[in-house]
Design a binder for this molecule. Structure first.
Ligand code: C2E
Ligand code: CA
Ligand code: CA
Length: 729
C-alpha cells in the first residue's frame, strides 16, 4: 500500500534519535509507507521543531544527550496541541525500566532495539490510524456532549429494575434536581409516581424485553402546580435503559386550550353550537335506548340589542357572561334525575350565538321536569344584573321542545324549540312556551302573509290614514301622523302591529315606508293648497329605514317632488333606532336639521333613554309613549314619569306631545301638567285623507269649544268618525 491517508496527503512524522543510522532506516521505511519525515538529532531539536511544524506522530529515542526522549514526551503531553498525538518510544532491548518510564511519561507504545523495520513500519501505521480514530471519537463525543447539553430533556441511565444509575439534567434546570439524591433511587419514586403503579419501571422492563422504544406520559403534582411529563424509554446494551424525560406541560396546556376552543364559546365558556349538536345527538340516542324523554330549552334575551346599543358592547358581553353563569347554576340545581352509568349524560348548556342560549335536559320523565327548569331560568335571569355600577334588567323568552313528542332528530327539535321561542316573544316576551303543532302553522301563516303583502303592494291595498295632532293653547290642528293601513280585499284591515314587524324582517318596509313618505308629503301639499291650513305631517321612520344609505336623498326627493316646505315634515324615530349607531345617527340627524326637517322621538320613555344622547342629537319633539298616558289618571307612577318627561323636554327646549289621549280626564291632566300638544282617539282616530280635509275645514268651530266644553268637539269627532268606513275604525 502506498499512502496511509486516503486523501493522498503524507502525514508528517518527527523522528528524534542521535543515531543517524536509525533515522535514515526509519525514514526510508516510513516514506515507503506514505509518510513524510522530519528528523531531529536530539531532544532539544525535536522540541524546537514543533514550534513551526505539527507532526501527527513522534518516534523518540529514549536515550539522547541533554534532553532525552522521556523529557520530550512529557513536554509534548503538557502541550494541548500534542496531548493526544501518538508517541512511539525506542528503547534498549529488554530494558524494563525504560519501558515503564516510557508509559509513565505518556508514550503510546514502544519498540526495542535492534529494530525490526518491518514490524516498526506496521506499528507506526497502526498507531497513526488508531490516533485518527481516537481523534474522530473525541470530536464526535464533544459534539454529543454539546447536543446533550443543549437538550431540554432530563436523561436517566437506569438499571433493569428502574434504579437510577446516572442522570443528565436539562439545561437551565440544574437546580430542580439533585443528582446526588437521585442516584440509586427508583425512577418512579424519584418522580413521586404512586409506587404501586410503577409506571416508568414497567415501561423500562418492557423496553428491555421487547427492544422497542417505549413511551409513557404522566403528571406530577407538586404543591399547586401540575407538571406533565413524557418519557421515552430505550433499552441499553446490558440489561439497562436510557429514559429521556421531557416536560410537556406547556404543550398539554395548549392542547387543552385548543380543545376547549373547539367545543366552547369563548365569551361565556359554555358549549358552542357544534358541541351542543353533538351532545344532542348522543342524548337522543340514549333517550331512545332507555325509552325516556329529552327536552331542548331554547331562549333569547328580550330587547338585548337595545342594551348593546345603549350601554355598549362590553356591557353587553358582561351581561351575556352573567346570563351564562346564572344558566349554569340553574342547571346545576336541576331536579332532573341524575343517573350514573357508563353512558351517563349530564345536562348540557351552551350558547348558540348572539343572545341565544340552549339547555339540554337528557332523560327527563315528563315535560313538567323541563317546565320546572325553564321557570327557574326565567326567574333567575329576570333578577337585575349589576354591571359597571348599573342595574340592568333583562328577560328571556323561552321555548321548549320535547323528544319524542316534538321530533326525533336534532334538527326538528331545535327548529321546534325555536318556533316555541318565537311564540313566547309573540305572547309579550318574558314567558315560557312549549312547542305545539299549531306553532308551525303560525310560521307558515307568516310566510303566507309575507307573500300576501308583496301582492298587496302591487294590488294597491295600502292606504295612509291621518291622525290629528292638536295644540290645546290655540285649539288648532297643527299636525297629523301618517299611519299606514293595509286594507286586504278578503281579510279587511290588518293591524300595523302585525304587518310592520314582518315588513321590517323582510325588508319590505323600505319600499312601503318610501311610499308613505312620498304620499304624505304630496297629501300635505294638497291640503296646504286647497285649505287655509299649513298642517304638518309626521311620518314614521323604522330603524331599518333610518339605516338606509340613501335616506337623505330619498327624503329630499320627497320634499322636492311634492313641493312641501321642509318645516312641514316631521320624522318620528324611536330611541332604539338612533341608539343603534349613535355616531352615524348624529350625522344623519344633523343633516336633517340642516334641511329644516323636524325630528320627533317616538314612544319616548320605553327605551333606555340616556339623557346624554338627548343633548347630543338635534331633536325637536319628545313623544310620550301612549303606555304612560293610558293609566295616567290612576297610576301615580305613570303620572310621575309623564311629569318628568314634560319637565325634561322643557329644560332641553324641546316640544312635547302626548299620544294615546283617549279621554277628557287624560286631556285635562296633561294640560294641567303643561303638555299642550296631544294626539289620540279623544280628538280623532286615524282617518282617511278626505275625512281629514273635512276636519281641517271644521277645525275653527272645534277650537272655540275646546277650552270651554267638550260637547261640540265630541260632535265634531263623532261627526267625522261616522263618515269613516266601518272597518277602518
Ligand atoms: P306608533 O308610531 O306609536 O303610532 C301610534 C299608534 O297609536 C297608531 O297605531 C295609532 O292608531 C294608535 N293610537 C292613536 N291614538 C290612540 C289612542 O287614543 N288610543 C290607542 N289605544 N291607540 C291610539 P297603529 O296605526 O295601529 O300603528 C301601530 C304602529 O305601527 C305605529 O305605532 C308605528 O310604529 C307603526 N306604523 C304605522 N304606520 C307606519 C309607517 O308608515 N311606517 C312605519 N315605519 N311604521 C308605521
Ligand atoms: Ca309614531
Ligand atoms: Ca308612538
Amino acid at each position: 500500500m502506498n499512502g496511509v491517508d486516503p486523501t493522498g496527503k503524507r502525514p508528517l512524522i518527527l523522528i528524534a534519535d542521535d543515531d543517524m543510522m536509525i533515522r535514515v532506516m526509519a525514514a526510508a521505511r516510513l516514506e515507503a509507507l506514505g509518510f513524510s519525515l522530519i528528523e531531529a538529532e536530539n531532544g532539544a531539536e525535536a522540541l524546537k521543531a514543533i514550534s513551526h511544524v505539527k507532526p501527527e506522530l513522534f518516534v523518540l529515542d529514549v536515550m539522547m544527550p541533554e534532553i532525552d526522549g522521556f523529557e520530550v514526551c512529557r513536554k509534548l503531553r503538557t502541550n494541548p496541541e500534542f496531548a493526544h498525538v501518538p508517541v512511539l518510544m525506542v528503547t534498549g532491548l529488554e530494558d524494563a525500566d525504560s519501558i515503564n518510564r516510557a508509559y509513565e511519561t505518556g508514550a503510546t507504545d514502544f519498540v526495542t532495539k535492534p529494530i525490526n523495520w518491518v514490524v516498526f513500519g506496521h506499528r507506526v501505521r497502526y498507531m497513526w490510524r488508531a490516533a485518527k480514530i481516537g481523534e474522530e471519537l473525541r470530536r464526535s463525543e464533544s459534539l454529543n456532549k454539546t447536543l446533550l447539553d443543549a437538550m431540554p430533556d432530563l436523561m436517566f441511565h437506569l438499571k433493569e429494575d428502574g434504579a437510577i444509575q446516572n442522570l443528565k439534567l436539562p439545561r437551565g434546570r440544574q437546580g430542580a434536581w439533585s443528582p446526588a439524591e437521585l442516584c440509586g433511587k427508583n425512577i418512579d419514586e424519584a418522580f413521586g409516581i404512586d409506587s404501586g403503579e410503577r409506571l416508568i419501571s414497567k415501561c423500562v422492563a418492557k423496553a428491555i424485553e421487547t427492544r422497542e422504544v417505549q413511551l409513557c406520559e404522566y403528571q406530577v403534582r407538586s404543591g399547586r402546580t401540575l407538571t406533565s411529563y413524557e418519557s421515552r424509554i430505550v433499552a441499553g446494551e446490558n440489561e439497562d435503559a436510557i429514559v429521556i424525560v421531557r416536560d410537556i406541560t406547556e404543550k398539554k396546556n395548549a392542547e387543552k386550550q385548543i380543545l376547549h376552543l373547539a367545543f366552547h364559546d369563548p365569551l361565556t365558556g359554555l358549549l358552542n353550537r357544534n358541541s351542543l349538536k353533538e351532545h344532542l345527538n348522543q342524548a337522543l340516542a340514549q333517550a331512545q335506548r332507555h325509552g325516556r324523554c329529552l327536552a331542548v330549552i331554547l331562549f333569547d334575551l328580550d330587547r338585548f340589542k337595545r342594551i348593546n346599543d345603549t350601554f355598549g358592547h362590553s356591557t353587553g358581553d358582561k351581561l351575556l357572561q352573567g346570563v351564562a353563569d346564572r344558566l349554569l347554576s340553574c342547571i346545576r340545581k336541576s331536579d332532573v334525575p341524575a343517573r350514573s352509568g357508563p353512558d351517563d349524560l349530564i345536562s348540557a348548556v351552551g350558547r348558540l350565538g348572539g343572545d341565544e342560549f340552549l339547555s339540554l335536559l337528557p332523560e327527563i320523565d315528563s315535560a313538567r321536569d323541563a317546565g320546572r327548569v325553564a321557570r327557574r331560568i326565567l326567574e333567575s335571569i329576570s333578577r337585575p344584573f349589576l354591571i359597571g355600577g348599573e342595574e340592568i334588567f333583562i328577560t328571556p323568552s323561552i321555548g321548549i321542545s320535547i323528544y319524542p313528542h316534538d321530533g326525533s332528530d336534532p334538527e326538528s327539535l331545535l327548529k321546534n324549540a325555536d318556533a316555541a321561542m318565537y311564540h313566547a316573544k309573540d305572547q309579550g316576551k318574558n314567558n315560557i312556551q312549549y312547542y305545539n303543532k299549531s306553532l308551525n302553522l303560525a310560521a307558515s301563516e307568516r310566510l303566507a302573509m309575507e307573500n300576501d303583502m308583496r301582492k298587496g303592494i302591487e294590488r294597491g291595498d295600502f292606504a295612509i290614514y291621518y291622525q290629528p295632532q292638536v295644540d290645546l293653547r290655540t285649539g288648532d290642528i297643527v299636525g297629523c301622523e301618517a299611519l299606514l293601513r293595509w286594507i286586504h280585499p278578503e281579510l279587511g284591515h290588518i293591524s300595523p302591529a302585525q304587518f310592520i314587524p314582518l315588513a321590517e324582517e323582510t325588508g319590505l318596509i323600505v319600499p312601503l315606508g318610501q311610499w308613505v313618505l312620498f304620499e304624505a308629503c304630496k297629501q300635505a301639499k294638497a291640503w296646504h293648497a286647497g285649505l287655509p291650513s299649513d298642517v304638518r305631517v309626521s311620518v314614521n321612520l323604522s330603524s331599518y329605514q333610518f339605516r338606509q344609505k340613501d335616506l337623505l336623498e330619498v327624503i329630499s326627493e320627497a320634499i322636492e317632488s311634492s313641493g312641501i316646505e321642509p318645516t312641514h315634515l316631521e320624522l318620528e324615530i324611536t330611541e332604539s333606532a338612533i341608539m343603534q349607531d349613535t355616531d352615524r345617527a348624529v350625522l344623519t340627524l344633523g343633516a336633517l336639521r340642516e334641511m329644516q326637517i323636524r325630528i320627533a322621538i317616538d314612544d319616548f320613555g320605553t327605551g333606555y333613554s340616556s339623557l346624554s344622547y338627548l343633548k347630543r342629537f338635534p331633536l325637536n319633539v319628545l313623544k310620550i309613549d301612549q303606555s304612560f298616558i293610558k293609566d295616567i289618571t290612576v297610576n301615580s307612577r305613570d303620572a310621575a314619569i309623564t311629569t318628568a318627561i314634560i319637565a325634561l323636554a322643557g329644560s332641553l327646549g324641546l316640544e312635547v306631545i302626548a299620544e294615546g289621549v283617549e279621554t277628557k280626564e287624560h286631556m285635562l291632566l296633561l294640560r294641567e301638567k303643561g303638555c299642550d300638544l296631544m294626539q289620540g282617539y279623544y280628538f280623532s282616530r286615524p282617518i282617511p285623507p278626505d275625512d281629514f280635509a273635512k276636519v281641517l275645514r271644521n277645525s275653527n268651530g272645534w277650537s272655540c269649544h275646546l277650552s270651554t266644553a267638550n260637547a261640540m268637539r265630541e260632535t265634531a269627532v263623532f261627526g267625522v268618525a261616522s263618515q269613516i268606513p266601518r272597518r277602518a275604525r
